[in-house]
Write a protein that binds this ligand. Structure first.
Ligand code: AMP
Length: 202
């Protein structure tokens, strides 16, 4: 059994598309249900489209708490969700990421495209630099992210990232395991550049 301090908020980055396989949608429904059952608030991009919409609709349907953060210019294209527990309309994509980062205690990447990847990896690099000390995890539904995980391991093998920094991203196939991993998270003792300097001196 694990414990996360309450209230706990998790920012979820996921696709503005549904993906071709219905199992993505089903897995996102399960994530929303599990988080809501544990009184964990979902922070997400505030849209109704794709897996983002599935996430919010499912959580709201089971009584969960959902906070959306959407830039003004996207609120028409992605169709801003009208029934959220809380919705923040912000000026820019940068404002969206900044506010999501401030509101959340942890970050999860679900299947998505370049937007989801960009948002998650920026947050992860902020963790490396100690700009925050919050856990980041990939929920590897259907092994969708296997190529990215392989690539992350490759960055260590080829000397572009330390194992310690690689290990700051948890990778799990089940949401319960990811939450349990978050409960154990202790940030790296030193930010990336201190570690890197030490490595080059040894
Ligand atoms: P996608 O994973 O590409 O379907 O996008 C998921 C979310 O990321 C959507 O809300 C997009 O608006 C958002 N997004 C797309 N491109 C970017 C970007 N360059 N920076 C931040 N967010 C983005």
């Amino acid at each position: 059994m694990f414990t996360l301090n309450r209230p706990y908020r998790i920012a979820i980055f996921c696709g503005s598309s549904l993906g071709v396989d219905p199992s993505y949608r089903h897995a996102v429904e399960q994530v929303a249900t599990v988080l809501s059952a544990q009184q964990i608030t979902i922070v997400y991009g505030g849209a109704t489209v794709g897996l983002m919409g599935v996430l919010a609709d499912t959580a709201l349907a089971v009584g969960g708490n959902v906070i959306g953060v959407i830039p003004k210019f996207l609120s028409a294209i992605e169709i801003a969700h009208q029934r959220l527990s809380e919705c923040h309309i912000v000026e820019s994509m940068h404002d969206r990421k900044t506010l999501m980062a401030e509101l959340a205690d942890a970050f999860i990447l679900l299947p998505g495209g370049a937007g989801s990847l960009e948002e998650f990896f920026e947050i992860y690099t902020w963790a490396q630099l100690h700009l925050h000390k919050k856990p980041c995890g990939i929920l590897n539904i259907n092994n969708y992210y296997d190529p990215i995980i392989h690539f992350l391991n490759q960055t260590v093998v080829q000397g572009f990232m330390s194992q310690q920094n690689r290990d700051m991203i948890f990778v799990e196939n089940a949401i319960d395991n990811l939450l349990a991993a978050f409960a154990t998270y202790t940030p790296c003792a030193a930010p990336k550049w201190i570690t890197a300097v030490k490595t080059s001196e040894t």
